[in-house]
Design a protein around this ligand. Structure first.
Ligand code: SAM
Length: 256
């Protein structure tokens, strides 16, 4: 079977300019769903640093940091698109790094961040692909700034990947020990009919809990695995086509 990457790049390059406005309500709903699951995701978020249990030397007992100083919590937002996951988690992290196959999605992500006055050191996306079978560590992403993340997330990207299990392994390799992988995607659904322009970009018609659990375990991020069903969402299609309805799940697991 031909790789879906080419179809994805072409399709999402075309979609980038209208993605946020076309799916605005749905994306707002997804941001709400993410923020409602901060505890479920189970990262020690940046806003939770100062619990008042200072040692005499002014260090926070748990974080080891100077009291009141924000600890670092770094997010890898893979298949970031225009940055929905980054936007949802930005208040709870200190750095969001996006990576996406589509250069136009990446440009939209960065323009949005710049327009909000957010420094590139805090929120920046890069064009690339960590899921190529031939290239485990692309040279563009070989430097330390692309490793040791506290959390790596894929929002609605997993069903576009040729090999989600490979993607999970590649993302797990980018996490620090104790880091968390989060997948937000669709539960199993009917096949899309071929009239949808997005059809060639979709490699999986949703995932079962068993499939996702196995993928997490095989990637070494199966510790404290949990999957939770979230909202039903609707995605607008081209003019004249009915919206598509999807049941969303959140899955999380820790790198042991
Ligand atoms: C449905 S969009 C989701 C974007 C964003 N995460 C969100 O939740 O709105 C899917 C994204 O996956 C990206 N994508 C598809 N295959 C990819 C791959 N192999 N590596 C990186 N990004 C990929 C597409 O370019 C697109 O931006």
């Amino acid at each position: 079977m031909a790789s879906a990457s080419g179809h994805n790049k072409e399709y999402f390059n075309k979609e980038a300019a209208s993605y946020d406005s076309k799916h605005g309500k749905t994306l707002d709903q997804i941001i709400e769903e993410i923020r409602a699951r901060l505890d479920f995701i189970g990262v020690d978020w940046a806003d939770e640093v100062d619990d008042g249990d200072d040692n005499l030397d002014g260090k926070d007992a748990e974080s080891g940091g100077v009291s009141g100083q924000k600890k670092t919590v770094r997010l890898l937002d893979y298949a970031c698109g225009t940055g929905v996951v980054s936007r949802a988690l930005a208040p709870y992290t200190t750095q969001c790094v996006g990576i996406d196959l589509s250069e136009n999605m990446v440009a939209a992500y960065n323009t949005r961040a710049e327009n909000q006055g957010i420094a590139p050191s805090e929120m920046r996306a890069y064009q690339g692909n960590l899921c190529s079978p031939e290239d485990p560590t692309p040279s563009a992403f070989a430097s330390p700034e692309f490793f040791d993340f506290d959390v790596a997330a894929v929002g609605l990207g997993f069903h576009h990947f040729d090999d989600p299990a490979l993607a999970a392994r590649r993302l797990a390799a980018r996490l620090k020990t104790g880091g968390v992988l989060v997948i937000i995607d669709f539960l199993p659904h009917e096949k899309m009919d071929t009239s949808h322009a997005a059809t060639p970009t979709v490699t999986h018609h949703g995932f079962s809990e068993e499939q996702i659990k196995r993928i997490f375990e095989e990637a070494g991020v199966g510790k404290d695995f949990a999957l939770e069903e979230a909202a039903v969402v609707f995605f607008r299609q081209a003019e004249g086509q009915p919206s598509i309805k999807r049941r969303i799940f959140f899955a999380r697991g820790t790198k042991a």
